[in-house]
Write a protein that binds this ligand. Structure first.
Ligand code: IPE
Ligand code: IPE
Ligand code: MG
Length: 239
């Protein structure tokens, strides 16, 4: 396995795509792709920790994914229940702090309770930060931040001329998380699909044709090596 030596991203975000295509190629129901995808998540998380990455943010279910057939949504929610049930103690033991971001009001109340319990249990962990975007949409996130900001202004808690980029960041779900350095999307699609639109303003984008259930630590390392060879200019000139 290649060993990226320098310039490791602090924060990696992943759009885990291609579970359905992976299952279809094998004549299996889509849920089997999602189940195999959960295994990729486990190995990717381990590999991120070992590599020295501190933050992993994964797109697990978008606000638009509610439009999928009821059966698939139900299967995904069941997989989520199992994941929370089975994985939390291991995550906690490994020093992982879990956060879930998105419009959680749309989730079933038992899942909501499971999430809150998992977040509370892991809240003091400092070795690694796993953020799961669930029922998440960036436009909705920005919209709710604007509504909060309007309320703050209306109540006289902030003055309009003091609002800056940090104010906006502080009102997003990701307020205590640095912006992603590297965003990986699997399965060949080259779009953000409403993921972290504000936060990824200067993120390096990496697209691979590998389907998420086939994504391995080797693929992660390939992405990191490519990242470490890129020059992030932030609008300035090269030296
Ligand atoms: C990503 O895989 C997982 C979710 C969006 C929940 P898909 O289910 O989108 O897989 P494809 O794109 O149909 O192959
Ligand atoms: C994006 O994948 C959302 C997740 C990976 C959770 P989709 O498969 O839903 O995105 P589109 O529909 O191809 O844009
Ligand atoms: Mg997809």
């Amino acid at each position: 396995m290649p060993n990226p030596t320098s310039n490791i991203p602090q924060h990696v975000a992943i759009i885990m795509d291609g579970n359905g295509r992976w299952a279809k190629a094998r004549g299996l129901p889509r849920i089997m792709g999602h189940k195999k995808g959960a295994e990729s998540l486990r190995s990717t998380l381990e590999a991120c920790k070992k590599t020295g990455i501190r933050y992993l943010t994964i797109y697990a279910f978008s606000s638009e994914n509610w439009k999928r057939p009821v059966i698939e949504v139900g299967d995904l929610m069941e997989l989520l229940r199992t994941f929370l049930d089975k994985e939390i103690s291991t995550l906690h033991k490994n020093g992982v702090k879990l956060r879930v971001i998105g419009d959680l009001s749309k989730l079933a109340s038992d899942i909501h309770t499971q999430i809150k319990a998992a977040e509370t249990l892991t809240s003091n962990n400092q070795d690694f930060n796993l953020t799961v975007a669930l029922s998440y949409g960036a436009r909705q996130e920005i919209l709710q931040a604007m509504q909060k900001m309007a309320t703050l202004v209306e109540n006289g808690d902030i003055a309009i001329n003091t609002i800056d980029e940090d104010t906006v960041s502080s009102l997003l779900y990701t307020h205590s998380i640095p912006d992603p350095d590297l965003l990986i999307r699997t399965a060949g699609e080259q779009r953000l699909s409403n993921f972290l639109l504000w936060q990824s303003a200067y993120t390096e984008l990496y697209f691979t044709n590998v389907l998420w259930p086939d994504f391995s630590p080797e693929h992660l390392h390939e992405a990191i090596i490519e990242y470490s060879n890129r020059e992030r200019r932030y609008g300035t000139t090269s030296e």
